[in-house]
Design a protein around this ligand. Structure first.
Ligand SMILES: Cc1ncc(COP(=O)(O)O)c(C=O)c1O
Length: 430
């Protein structure tokens, strides 16, 4: 039953006939051509011209020498993390990850796939709190973390929702401590960041860089990911590991652990067809962000922020957060929630329920890693240098999770449909 149908706040608004999604694939026709070509020529495998083309084209687009096409962004992150582990600490012993007994500083407000590879490699993630200005890793908290754990040599930094993090500051701190950076640009393909006065694309800012072509990303292969680098030896190593670590012998010969992480030539055909539309998708997502910003400007809410001087996001997801004094009561358990309506106020869960009732898909902000049951015992460092109890006030990530939500950011949504979503949000605050 739609409880909001009877609610006078929403009178006159009808549910969307076709669901407005958070972010879904947008096909253009070229994808079919490259998939058909692969099938016609029988390159239905993890080798083929689509893979070669996608590796060349992505590398050229973001400005690196080499791309290694993989089955998903998570695979790219795993091999990037493993490569960093090997570089720092040497080749792992049998049955041990490369990060055995080592701490790694990780973005806290990110998707779990950024940080799980640290655990795959037997390392221990230490979560670094978020800065309010970009919703990404706080350089201040990172500096504090090095005070507490000076022996750490690896940082995993993500660009949430397509907004670049403060990579110049993070790089400076990393260099001071001789640390390497794994860059998770899964959500931010096409976003730019001004590093030392020059614009660079995300995916070029770490020592080991990863992107994703997951179905919800700015361009997609239905799945897929890529490791991107300027170092030939790293590209070769990742290519070898991703194809079961076969040595150059006539038979299956193995000196290292391998993985079956290579991209399929069919998937690569879809990515190849999507690539010419990356800038078009970014422009559509930017227009969505700007329409929300204008349409919500009279409400006690803020859009997800970015550093306008130093970054050009790809605007993959538009998000908002509710000002503290306009927050209606809301509590969340591990898997459930409760809220109350209040005059002139609202809460993320109320807005998400209203959107769902009218057939539109939003989502809570990615729940920070230090609040996840899986990682709750890991250390968490805030800008004041303390690990702290969730929600105690100085925990920026918990605060954004509590007051924020992801808005429908579908690039096929029309301005008229978006206007209805903006209206629904207004009515929540009546
Ligand atoms: C920040 C982030 N990192 C990593 C991933 C993993 O990428 P994939 O789904 O391609 O494995 C995703 C999304 O799925 C992501 O949003």
């Amino acid at each position: 039953m739609n409880v909001f149908a009877e609610d006078p706040r929403f009178s006159g608004i009808r549910p969307f006939e076709k669901k407005i999604l958070l972010s879904s694939p947008t096909m253009h026709g070229d994808e079919q051509q490259w998939v058909d070509e692969a099938i016609r020529t029988n390159w239905v495998s993890t080798v083929g011209e689509n893979i070669n083309a996608v590796e060349r084209q992505i590398a050229a687009r973001i400005g690196v020498k080499y791309g290694v096409a993989l089955s998903c962004g998570t695979a790219a992150l795993h091999l990037a993390t493993r490569l960093a582990g090997e570089k720092l600490y040497g080749q792992a012993r049998p049955h041990q990850g490369t990060l055995q007994g080592r701490r790694v500083f990780c973005s806290d407000m990110t998707f779990s796939a950024s940080v799980n590879p640290v655990a795959y490699e037997d390392g221990e993630a230490v979560f670094i709190d978020t800065e309010p200005g970009t919703w990404n890793m706080s350089p201040e908290a990172l500096a504090k973390a090095f005070e507490r754990y000076p022996d750490v040599r690896l940082i995993v930094a993500a660009h949430l929702y397509g907004t670049p993090g403060a990579m110049e500051e993070i790089r400076t701190i990393a260099d001071e401590h001789g640390a390497l950076i794994v860059e998770d640009a899964a959500e931010s393909l096409g976003a730019k960041y001004r590093l030392n006065g020059r614009w660079a694309e995300t995916g070029t800012l770490g020592d080991y860089n990863c992107i994703s072509f997951n179905g919800n990303k700015i361009i997609t292969g239905s799945a897929g990911g890529m490791f991107v680098t300027n170092r030939l030896e790293d590209a070769n190593k990742v290519r070898k590991w991703s194809t079961q670590s076969r040595e150059a012998a006539p038979w299956y010969q193995h000196e290292e652990i391998g993985y079956n992480y290579r991209m399929s030539n069919i998937i690569a055909g879809i990515v190849r067809g999507q690539l010419p539309y990356l800038d078009e998708h970014i422009a559509q997502k930017k227009a969505i962000y700007e329409r929300y910003k204008a349409g919500l400007s009279d409400l006690p809410v803020k859009m997800n922020p970015f550093d306008a001087e130093k970054s050009q996001p790809n605007f993959w997801l538009s998000c908002m957060s509710i000002d503290e004094d306009a927050m209606a009561p809301q509590v969340r358990g591990e898997q459930d929630y409760r809220y109350k309506s209040a005059s002139g106020k609202s809460s993320p869960q109320e807005i998400l329920d209203v959107l769902a009732a009218f057939n539109a898909e939003g989502r809570p902000i990615w729940k920070p890693m230090h609040l996840q049951p899986l990682y709750r015992n890991n250390a968490f460092i805030t800008a004041s240098g303390t690990g702290c109890l969730a929600g105690s006030g100085s925990d920026v990530g918990a605060d954004i999770f509590r007051r924020g939500l992801c808005l429908p950011s579908e690039n096929k949504m029309t301005p008229e449909e978006q206007e209805i979503i903006i209206q629904l949000i207004h009515r929540c605050f009546e």
